[in-house]
Ligand binder design. Sequence first.
Ligand code: SIN
Length: 355
Amino acid sequence: MQRNTARNFIFTLFAFLLAFSVHAEKLPNVTILATGGTIAGSGATSTTTVGYTAATVGVQQLINAVPELSKIASVTGEQVFQIASESMTNEHWLTLGKRVNTLLAQPNVDGIVITHGTDTLEETAYFLNLVVKSRKPVVLVGAMRPGTALSADGPINLYNAVLIAGSQDAIGKGVLVALGDQIHGARDVTKTNTSTPDSFKTPELGMLGYVQGPKAFFYHATTRKHTVDTEFDISNLSVLPQIDIVYGYANMNPVALNAFIAAGAKGIIHAGTGDGSVAAKVKPDLVAARKNGTVIVRASRVGNGILARNGEANDDELDFVVADTLSPQKARILLMLGMTKTSNTKELQRMFYTY
Ligand code: SIN
């Protein structure tokens, strides 16, 4: 009798340990969606760090180059596009956003990594931040040097991105960006240098955390709504409204503004100087454009700070919207999505203070 009890105890303990070890070893399922960029680029020599060709290497080759991935996640790859990111379009974004939502709705997908060129990476990240309908991690990753270069940054960035995408701590944080061992939020991150590996920064508003060793560490979270908490739904959209950006500079004239409107722009982001000021030569045309129905958003080319409503222009009187702290390129994205819902400038202004 005693011997039976001991045997049962040992059997139960063994079963428990086995179940525990199986559970402990279960790796997260991470899908890598490849879109091109320098991370998939190649150069003529190992010292070619500029002037290389982006978007030449396929997703499986990217995965094979980092065998360490198999220790941190069960990884599958999908080639969505193979382009340099300066050629990213609204149509690419709609395709990508829908694919991300389809994948994340599957119970066997725990997180998504998107490999992307760095030139417009921050824009794709912010677009997804507004349209992904899941709390599961979505992480964009790029590289400043092609895989053929000395000290290529793609492999470690990809490893870090997969680690973040499989991390419980990344759930509900919005779309993330992983470069240079740092974790950034999609809304505020920007590319700050044409070519150095530490190019991605979140000036003033701050990055969210680091990857160190095999772990993601978070210290901050964005206060702005994202992903499941937004009002935007792209599931039935095949086109987005045309929104263009006009850039402010000394001696500015209204030619570009009027050309965009003539070409069908429904909204204009005015990337003004300073606090979004509008040049005297441009203002009459900007006011006329608004009167004729074009939505005008005042943003700034400066790169940091709040765009003061009713500061450099009387926005209430002129019926302009202000971009809050969004860069002109991100203001364009929010206005596009906002105008899929409404043309009411008060509602659009609310969105700029919400997202
Ligand atoms: C691109 O954006 O596709 C080229 C530049 C880069 O990825 O760093």
